[in-house]
Structures are given as structure tokens and as C-alpha cells.
Design a binder for this molecule. Sequence first.
Ligand SMILES: [Zn+2]
Length: 260
Amino acid sequence: MLSDFEFVRYQRQIALPEIGEQGQRNLLNGHVLVIGCGGLGNAAALYLAASGIGKIVLVDDDCVDSSNLQRQVAFKESDLGTAKVDALKLQLSELNGRSQVRTINKRMAESQLKLEVMLADVVLDCTDNFTTRQQVNQACFEANTPLISGSAIGWKGQFVVFDYQNKQGCYHCLFPFDHHPQTTRCSDSGIIGPVVGTIGNLQALAAIQRVSSGEFQVATQQLKLFDGKSMNWQNLMVTQDIECPVCNSSVTNNLEEEAL
Ligand SMILES: [Zn+2]
């Protein structure tokens, strides 16, 4: 049962037939892992806490730097030098004291990553390097935990959801390398703030869809490319790489099952 306070607080989303009281209860019991607390993680985490997500785990090993403030809008000048996870946790706690926020102020070893991914209902990949992205994809695939991936560089943003129930491709099928051929981190090149916020907000939106109802309304296994200049979107279906080292074994299994 929702309390009177919760009913009033969340009434504008409870009023949506796709959410309703049951969806709100699911959000309050929801558990979301946010890996990376830069611009994407900032935007996503604020909306997740505001929606009432019960447990939010924040992961980042970095501190707030003055060059972050242009796009990492949950941070304030008074946060400079503070661990990003601590500064963001404070913001989320002030926004919604009923959301439990746990912080991990380091890059997780593989075993811890696997455990955290297993515990979560959905994972938001808000990181800025391909090595971590591949590790997160592997862990999500193995644990069957949906992955909501976002990235932004320059004027461009990318967004893709992998619901591994379908087993039709994974992040590695889309980007089969650990390092970007050119620049990798936004610290190495320019980036416009609202593009990062746009993608982070979409990550929160997809997470709210999945946690409230158990399914995504947004198309999964579909790469959405955003151009912040023209403000146009382009959608591309992700095709499964039959040589993918992450999801390739399930391809073999499927083929065997079909043959039987
Ligand atoms: Zn794959």
C-alpha cells in the first residue's frame, strides 16, 4: 500500500495508466545501479530519485572538478574536490529522503561488478571509457540484467537498451573493441552540456519504464543517435555479431535448439 504522503508525492505519475499504484510500488521497491557519475549519471540519478526508485547505487572513482560543472549539473561549486558519488548522494538525499543511496567510490573489480549487477533490476552505463563498458556489458549479459547504455561526445549522443531476455545481440556486437579508435574520453575533447543531459534523461526514462512495469516500451537492441546541432534522431537496429565473444555461445545454443 502507498502511504498518503507517497500517493500525493507521486500522483502525477500514478495518474498515468502505464504506471498506476502498482507501478509506483514497483518503483519504490526498485533497485538501479548507476555506473559513472558524470553528466549522464547526474541527469539520470536526479530523475530516478525524484520518481521514487527505492535503491540507487552510485559508482565513480573521481572527484568533482571545475571543468565538470558545465554539464554535470547536480554538482555545485561547493562540491569541488569532493568525491562525485558523495556529492551526488547528498543531492539525491535532499531531493528524496526515502530513496536509499549507496555509493562505491572506486572502479569495481570484476567480482564486485558481477554482484552489483546481479542485485540490480537495471543497470545504467554512464561511463566514459570502452573498457568499463565492455565489462559492464559482459556482467549484464551473464546476469540477465537489462543494460541501458548512454554516451555523448561533442554535439552527438547515443542511447541503446539491451534487454538480454531476447539474447539478440549485446553492446559488444555493436562496438567490438575495448578502445575507441580516436578519442575516448570527454576530458580529451569538447562536449555540449544539454546533449549529455538529454541522453541521461532518456536512460532514466527507460529505467522507469522497466522498473515500474517489468518491460521496456522503448525498442530494445536499437541504437538511437542524437545530433545536437540539427536535433534530429536516427535509429539503427543492432544486429547480432555471430562471432561476438560475449553473446556468441547463446547463438550456438539457439541454433542447436532449433536443430532439435
Ligand atoms: Zn554480442
